[in-house]
Design a protein around this ligand. Structure first.
Ligand SMILES: Cc1ncc(COP(=O)(O)O)c(C=O)c1O
Length: 439
């Protein structure tokens, strides 16, 4: 028997949609939403953010300030949910494709990532995405996950927890001695030399929040894939998504994990995993899905789904902050309107200005490669003789918000994004010059 979720709901006496024409609730939301503003100049883009402009924000990659198109969508969905929670949710989650908001979000995401809508899984953060992937892999005792010393806590811990549970092991190698002088061939050589017959997975980060380096993932992936029994490649891509130009589907990652609440400007508490159909089939879900009709129908029949795992089945279910999830589409639409090439070029230009400026200051060492090909929007540096905390606090005294990299060897970071201007960059570089000069 094959009953769809919709048919099951229709068969149920508790569901009475009769009074509403299809799509009425969501059409009302769309009607209330303001159209996407003109984003053709950077002043207009900057004006979308309700930031406190008495500061210069060089840490907005840490957590998004919701731009107006996103907060408008959030407000509209919140109003719809508050107005009629049950009917809004039923329409948005379980009715036909024309009303299905998760499908609408995944379609918008797929337009940006490349690939198809069936390759997109919506999650709550980079951390959750990584955990779902590593917990979902069927690792066994004797298997190894190879990663690097440069990755984030969330990535290392996702691997460690999955390895501990399965009896697999993890190992970290260094990809370079000096992050500011990237050498693709050397990074590939180091990885290739470290891979053993037990290496089932390689975990890497696209843009490092430790040094700002952007790894040549395409070249690395091509080298890994040329091996017999190629290990799977898991990429933490959070600081490349929305700041670098290449499309996710073209990177060569088997699993691409990213929060969308940083560079993409999607609501706080949102993220994605991207993978191809054959990669999804390798995973076992951890959290019951509310979006995979087949899992639900199988459960009604007291069975497990018979088909291979797919992106929908990996999507963590449970009722959530739906307005945040749904408004994700507005953020991706905003990026589409600005244009991915323009976004990447602007970020490269502003961060290039930071690197050029810092490079001229005696006693300042920049850890991020100068080349835009090997970097994106994060610049890390150090001021000789001045501890990281002191650099950040002296910048803050000048109303410049910088961050420290959250690693054992923490360094100051200036990350210019679409909310910044060349004048702000000049002032930030000038402030570092003063700090270095007075130390
Ligand atoms: C490289 C990297 N990965 C993962 C994370 C965690 O991201 P999320 O907050 O989306 O879980 C961060 C945090 O900024 C990060 O820098």
């Amino acid at each position: 028997m094959s009953l769809t979720r919709r048919e099951l709901l229709r068969a149920s006496p508790v569901v009475a949609f009769g009074a509403l024409s299809p799509g009425a609730l969501l059409a009302a939301v769309v009607e209330q939403s303001t159209p996407m503003p003109d984003l053709s100049d950077w002043g207009q883009v900057r004006a979308q953010f309700p930031l406190d402009w008495s500061y210069s924000h060089f840490a907005s990659f840490f957590l998004v300030s919701h731009p107006k198109p996103v907060s408008d969508a959030l407000d509209a969905y919140r109003r719809a949910l508050d107005h009629n929670p049950y009917l809004s949710l039923e329409r948005a989650m379980f009715s036909g494709p024309e009303d299905n908001l998760l499908l609408a979000v995944a379609t918008e995401v797929a337009d940006y990532t490349g690939g198809t809508v069936d390759e997109v899984c919506l999650t709550g953060s980079t951390t959750e995405s990584l955990a779902l992937v590593y917990q979902g892999l069927t690792l066994e005792p004797g298997d190894e996950v190879l990663t690097t010393t440069h990755d984030h806590y969330s990535h290392h811990e996702s691997i460690r927890l999955a390895a501990e549970k399965s009896g697999a092991s993890m190992r970290k190698i260094s990809l370079f001695e000096d992050s500011s002088r990237p050498d693709t061939a050397d990074m590939i050589r180091r990885l290739q030399a470290a891979i053993t017959p037990s290496t089932r997975v390689v975990g890497l980060t696209w843009v490092h929040s430790s040094s700002g380096i952007r790894l040549p993932i395409q070249e690395i992936s091509a080298a890994l894939k040329s091996r017999p029994n190629a290990p799977l490649l898991v990429v933490d891509g959070v600081h490349g998504l929305g700041s670098a130009e290449p499309k996710v589907a073209e990177l060569g990652a088997d699993f691409f994990c990213a929060g969308t609440h940083k560079w993409m400007f999607a609501p706080r508490g949102t993220g994605i995993i991207w993978a191809r159909e054959e990669s999804w089939a390798r995973l076992r879900p951890t959290v019951p899905s509310f979006t995979d009709e087949e899992a639900y129908v199988a459960w009604m029949q007291d069975a497990a789904p018979a088909t291979p795992t797919n992106a929908r089945r990996m999507m963590p279910g449970g009722f959530e902050a739906f307005e945040h999830r749904w408004a994700t589409a507005a953020a991706f639409a905003m990026h589409r309107k600005i244009g991915r090439e323009r976004v990447a070029a602007r970020i490269a230009e502003l961060n290039g200005q930071i690197k050029d400026g810092l490079a001229e200051i005696p006693r300042v060492r920049v850890h991020t490669p100068r080349s835009p090909e090997f970097s994106a929007g994060v610049v890390t540096f150090e001021v000789e003789g001045v501890p990281t905390r002191e650099v950040i606090s002296q910048l803050l005294e000048r109303r410049i918000v910088a961050s420290g990299s959250p690693y054992a060897n923490s360094q100051p970071r200036l990350a210019a994004s679409l909310v910044n201007t060349p004048e702000e960059v000049e002032a930030a570089v000038g402030a570092v010059r003063e700090i270095a000069g007075s130390a």
